[in-house]
Design a protein around this ligand. Structure first.
Ligand code: PEP
Ligand code: MN
Length: 326
C-alpha cells in the first residue's frame, strides 16, 4: 500500500483522458490537449462536420436535384426492371407526380437462386431509355465489384443493398467513384455498424453518401420488417449525411406505405425510396409492397403539405409536365 505522501499527484480533470485513437496510444503521457475524434465513424459523424451535408445529383442528360439539408427528395420505381414499357411508363408517372429520380433493379439480390435475378445489362439499358424519355436520374443496385464499372456507366446514383451493407471491398470500390451512393441499412445492422459502413465509402474519398433506413428484422412477423423510424431521428443527431426512408421494404404491405411515408417525413427524413409499379399485383418482384401511380401521386401531395412543417422547403412540385415522347 502506498501512503498519501508517496502517491503520484492526481491529474487535473483535463488530463484524466483515456487515449482512444491509435496515434494517441503511442503518444507520451500526459497527452497534449489537441482535439481528437474518438468515433469510429469520424467522417460520417457530426463531430468534425456539424452542418448537414448537401449535394447535387447530376444525371447524364437529365434533371439535377438536391439531396440533403432543406431538400426533400423522392425516388420511385419498381423493385425490378421488367420491360422497357414498364420502366418508361413508371418513369413518366414518377416524374409527373414530382419524383426526383427513378429506381429500378437490374441486378437483384434474391433469397432464392431460383427466383428472378433481374434483366442485368438489358435492364440497365432500359433504365437509360427511361432517363432519356423523362430526364429522371437513375438509381440502381450493384451487387459485386466486377459489375461496378458497368453499373456506374448507367446509374446516376449507385445503390448498395441491405445484404451488401457490410461487403467492405464493395463499399471501397464505390467509395472510389465520383458518383453518389445510396447505402441501405443491413437487415440486422446496428446504427453504429450502419455508420461505419458509410465510413468505408467516405474514407475512400466519395463524400456523396445517402443513407437509407429500410427496416430491420425483429420478432414481428405481421410486417415484413420493422421500420425503425426512431433510428432516423437518431441518425439525424449522429450524422450529417442525408437519410432516406424506404417504407416499402420497411412494412412490406402496400396499404401501409402511405401512412409510413407521412411518418418518415415527420421523423426528419430527407426523402423517400418507394416501390411503385404500373400494375402492382402483377409485379414480378415485391408486388405486395408496391403501390400504384395514384397512391404515389397522393404521397407526393402529402409531402407538399407536410415537409415544410419540418423545415424542408425544397420539394419537387406535383404535376410536373414532362416532355414525354410517347
Ligand atoms: C430493393 O431495394 O429492392 C432491395 C432489394 O432492397 P433491400 O436491399 O433493402 O432489401
Ligand atoms: Mn424490392
Amino acid at each position: 500500500m502506498i501512503n498519501a505522501a508517496e502517491a503520484p499527484p492526481i491529474a487535473a480533470e483535463s488530463e484524466q483522458r483515456i487515449p482512444h485513437a491509435p496515434d494517441e496510444m503511442n503518444a507520451s503521457w500526459p497527452l497534449p490537449r489537441t482535439p481528437f475524434v474518438s468515433s469510429p465513424y469520424r467522417l460520417a459523424g457530426r463531430e468534425l462536420h456539424p452542418q448537414d451535408s448537401v449535394f447535387s445529383v447530376i444525371p447524364t442528360n437529365g434533371v439535377s436535384f438536391q439531396v440533403g439539408a432543406d431538400a426533400f427528395s423522392v425516388i420511385g420505381g419498381p423493385c425490378t426492371v421488367e420491360s422497357e414499357q414498364q420502366i418508361v411508363e413508371t418513369a413518366i408517372a414518377v416524374r409527373r407526380a414530382g419524383g426526383a429520380a427513378l429506381r429500378g433493379g437490374a441486378f437483384k439480390p434474391r433469397t432464392s437462386p431460383y427466383s428472378f435475378q433481374g434483366l442485368k445489362e438489358d435492364g440497365l439499358k432500359m433504365l437509360a431509355t427511361a432517363r432519356k424519355e423523362t430526364g429522371l436520374a437513375v438509381v440502381t443496385e450493384v451487387m459485386s465489384i466486377d459489375k461496378v464499372d458497368l453499373v456506374a456507366e448507367y446509374a446516376d446514383i449507385i445503390q448498395i443493398g441491405s445484404r451488401n451493407m457490410q461487403n467492405y471491398p464493395l463499399l471501397e470500390a464505390v467509395g472510389a467513384l465520383d458518383k453518389p451512393v445510396l447505402l441501405k441499412r443491413g437487415l440486422s445492422a446496428t446504427v453504429s455498424e450502419f455508420l461505419s459502413a458509410a465510413e468505408y465509402v467516405l474514407a475512400r474519398g466519395n463524400q456523396s453518401v445517402i443513407l437509407c433506413e429500410r427496416g430491420i428484422r425483429t420478432f414481428e412477423s405481421d410486417t415484413r420488417f420493422t421500420l425503425a423510424l426512431g433510428t432516423v431521428a437518431l441518425l439525424k443527431e449522429k450524422t450529417h449525411l442525408p437519410i432516406l426512408v424506404d417504407p416499402s421494404h420497411g412494412v412490406g404491405k402496400a396499404s401501409l406505405v402511405r401512412p409510413m411515408s407521412r411518418a418518415a417525413i415527420a421523423a426528419g427524413a430527407d426523402g423517400l425510396l418507394i416501390e411503385v409499379h404500373p400494375d402492382p399485383i402483377h409485379s414480378v418482384v415485391d408486388g405486395d409492397q408496391s403501390i400504384g401511380f395514384d397512391t404515389f401521386a397522393a404521397i407526393m401531395n402529402d409531402i407538399l403539405q407536410l415537409a415544410p412543417i419540418v423545415g424542408k422547403s425544397i420539394c419537387h412540385a406535383a404535376s410536373i409536365e414532362v416532355g414525354v415522347k410517347k
